[in-house]
Design a binder for this molecule. Structure first.
Ligand code: ATP
Ligand code: MG
Length: 335
C-alpha cells in the first residue's frame, strides 16, 4: 500500500506521499453547476478562480472552522485531488493508507464521518491524528517525550491550543478564529473607514502582504474596491495599522485561550513550558509581530517558524515513516 498524509484544512488541502514529499497543496473548494451538486466542475485552484466570477457556478468550501462540514463534497474533491497525483489511466492505481490531520475534540460520530469520507474517496485505511500534534512534529519538537509544550495553530478557519506531553494531549481547546474571519472583518472595517468595499480576496492579499501587529508599522497597500456611496470602482490605501486594528482583538482572544490552558497546567509541566516556550504554527502566524505580542501577553518565550503553513503536513509526512513516534502517540492517547 502507498502511505500518504492528508491535511484537510479550512483554506488548503495538502497531500504528502511517502518517499515523494508534498505533492499537492490546493484550496479546499469545489465548483458545481448551480443546482447540481452531483457533478464536480472543478476543484482547488481552478474552482477558487471561478468563485464569484463564473456564471451559473456554485463554489463550495467543504471545511468550515477546521471541521469537514460537507462530507460528500469533501470526498468528491479529495477523489479529484488523488486522481491528479495519480492519473485515472494509470495501469496500477495505488491502494492508499493515510494519516489524516483532524481538529481537537471531535465526537465519535464526527470521527466516523472523517473515516467514511476518506473511504468514500478511495482510501483503504485511515489513522486520525490531531493537527496540533502534527504541527509540533513538523517543527521537530520532541512530542513523544515527557517534555511538555504548548502548541498553538492558527489556520484559515480555526485556532487550536494544546498542552502536549508524552505523546498525548493533557488539555486543549479550539475556536473559530482564523484568516477567513480576519479578512471578513477587514472588509467591514475598510467599508466603514474609507467608504470603499473590497473583496475578501483583496483583504486576504493585504493581510498576507502587509499584515502586522506592531503599533508602528508604516506599510501600506493599494487595492481596488467599490465606493459604497457612488457605486463606482475606486482604489483605496489600506495600512498595516488598519490590519492591526482589525486583528488585534482576535489575537488577544487567542492569548486568553493560551492563558486558560496554562492556568490548568500541572505544576510538573510548568517548568517544561518555561523552557520550551509557546510554539506557534499555522499560516496566519506569518503575521508580523505575533511573537512580540504573545511574549508580552504571556511572559513566556515564543517560537515562530518560517513557512508555518507547511508544518502540519510536513509533520504528518514525518510520522508516516516513524513507527516509534507513532507508538508513542498511540500510548499517549493522541491516536
Ligand atoms: N505567507 C503568508 N503570509 C501571511 N498569511 C499567510 C501566508 N501563507 C498563508 N497564510 C494564511 O494562512 C492561512 C492558511 O493557513 P493554513 O494552511 O495553516 O490553514 P488551514 O489548515 O487551511 O486552515 P485550518 O487549520 O483553520 O482548518 C490563510 O488564511 C492564509 O491567508
Ligand atoms: Mg490547519
Amino acid at each position: 500500500m502507498t502511505t500518504i498524509a492528508i491535511k484537510p484544512g479550512s483554506t488548503y488541502t495538502s497531500i504528502y506521499v511517502s518517499g515523494h514529499g508534498l505533492v499537492l497543496k490546493e484550496p479546499t473548494v469545489a465548483a458545481f453547476d448551480e443546482n447540481n451538486r452531483k457533478h464536480v466542475r472543478a476543484v482547488g485552484h481552478e474552482a477558487l478562480a471561478m468563485r464569484g466570477k463564473a456564471p451559473n457556478v456554485t463554489v463550495i468550501s467543504p471545511v468550515s472552522e477546521g471541521v469537514i462540514s460537507e462530507p460528500e463534497i469533501f470526498a468528491m474533491m479529495l477523489k479529484c485531488f488523488l486522481d491528479k497525483i495519480c492519473p485515472i489511466d494509470a495501469v496500477f492505481r495505488p491502494r492508499y493508507k493515510a494519516i489524516v490531520a483532524i481538529p481537537l475534540g471531535l465526537s465519535m460520530e464526527e470521527r466516523e464521518m472523517y473515516e467514511d469520507v476518506m473511504l468514500d474517496a478511495g482510501i483503504k485505511s485511515v489513522t486520525l491524528v490531531p493537527s496540533v500534534v502534527l504541527s509540533a512534529i513538523g517543527a521537530d519538537l520532541p512530542v513523544g517525550t515527557g517534555n511538555g509544550m504548548i502548541s498553538v495553530n492558527i489556520g484559515g478557519g480555526r485556532t487550536e491550543v494544546a498542552l502536549l506531553s508524552y505523546g498525548g494531549i493533557i488539555d486543549g481547546c479550539g475556536v473559530g478564529i482564523g484568516g477567513q474571519i480576519l479578512d471578513e472583518a477587514l472588509v467591514d472595517y475598510t467599508t466603514g473607514k474609507y467608504g470603499v468595499r473590497i473583496g475578501v480576496d483583496q483583504a486576504r492579499k493585504v493581510r498576507e502582504e502587509i499584515g502586522s501587529l506592531y503599533d508602528n508599522d508604516k506599510a501600506c497597500m493599494t487595492v481596488g474596491g467599490m465606493n459604497v456611496a457612488s457605486n463606482v470602482p475606486e482604489t483605496v490605501n489600506i495600512y498595516a495599522l488598519d490590519v492591526r486594528d482589525v486583528a488585534l482583538p482576535y489575537f488577544m482572544r487567542i492569548c486568553d485561550l493560551v492563558k486558560t490552558i496554562i492556568k490548568g497546567c500541572p505544576v510538573n509541566v510548568a517548568n517544561d513550558i518555561m523552557n520550551n516556550g509557546i510554539i506557534i504554527t499555522g499560516g496566519v502566524s506569518n503575521i508580523h509581530g505575533i511573537d512580540v505580542l504573545f511574549m508580552e501577553q504571556l511572559g513566556l518565550p515564543v517560537k515562530i517558524y518560517t513557512r508555518p503553513q507547511y508544518l502540519q503536513i510536513v509533520g504528518a509526512g514525518k510520522l508516516l515513516t516513524n513507527d516509534e513516534l507513532m507508538n508513542q502517540l498511540i500510548t499517549g492517547g493522541s491516536v
